[in-house]
Ligand binder design. Structure first.
Ligand SMILES: [Zn+2]
Length: 191
């Protein structure tokens, strides 16, 4: 059952108490409510009302060249509830007789899927899954590279730079090594 707002606020207060704080001191008085409001925003990826509409267009010119989009993302690691963030590079090969993506919508899909407790690998799957659904599977292939810096690695434990990269390829990208290399080269160039 979904907890009430009061139950969530009390749980936040308990957590503050557990780290050795006094949840009633002046500076922390409104912190539980602030966290609740912030979580609604940074975890909007669970809210279907916030799901972006993905525009697609009929591929009138029968385009079949690789289309690419790059940008940044912020997400939260599911193991430690700490941020990880970095750049994404996305590409797809349109079906010449299918539909093409409104490429500006890719960034919205990335940020919606990232607004959940995530793993870099699953984030890649969620993004490709949503874009594939928008094209009803009529696409020759998807490629995505996610570079991520994990604060759970930089702030604690090994205190390394905490960087990792994952890739996900489907369709022709999966079959064709040359295409993958072309994508990775472009992703490197626009880093
Ligand atoms: Zn983590």
């Amino acid at each position: 059952m979904k907890p009430t707002e009061k139950e969530v606020r009390d749980a936040m207060r308990t957590l503050l108490y557990a780290i050795g704080e006094d949840p009633d001191r002046e500076g922390l008085k409104d912190t539980p409510d602030r966290i609740i409001r912030m979580w609604q925003e940074i975890f909007r990826g669970y809210n279907p009302d916030k799901k972006p509409a993905i525009t697609t267009f009929k591929n009138v010119n029968h385009e079949d060249e690789m289309v690419m989009d790059c940008g940044e993302y912020y997400s939260m690691c599911e193991h430690h509830v700490l941020p990880f963030f970095g750049q994404y590079a996305f590409a797809y090969l349109p079906d010449p007789d299918g539909r093409i993506l409104g490429i500006s919508k890719v960034a919205r899909v990335v940020s919606y899927c990232a607004a959940r407790l995530q793993l870099q690998e699953r984030l890649a799957e969620d993004i490709i899954g949503m874009l594939n659904d928008a094209l009803k599977g009529k696409v020759r292939g998807f490629a995505i590279l996610l570079r991520g810096r994990h604060l759970c690695k930089t702030m604690r434990g090994v205190r390394s730079r905490g960087e990792m990269a994952v890739t996900l390829f489907t369709g022709e990208f999966k079959k064709n090594r040359q295409l993958r290399l072309e994508f990775l080269k472009m992703a490197e160039m626009i880093r």
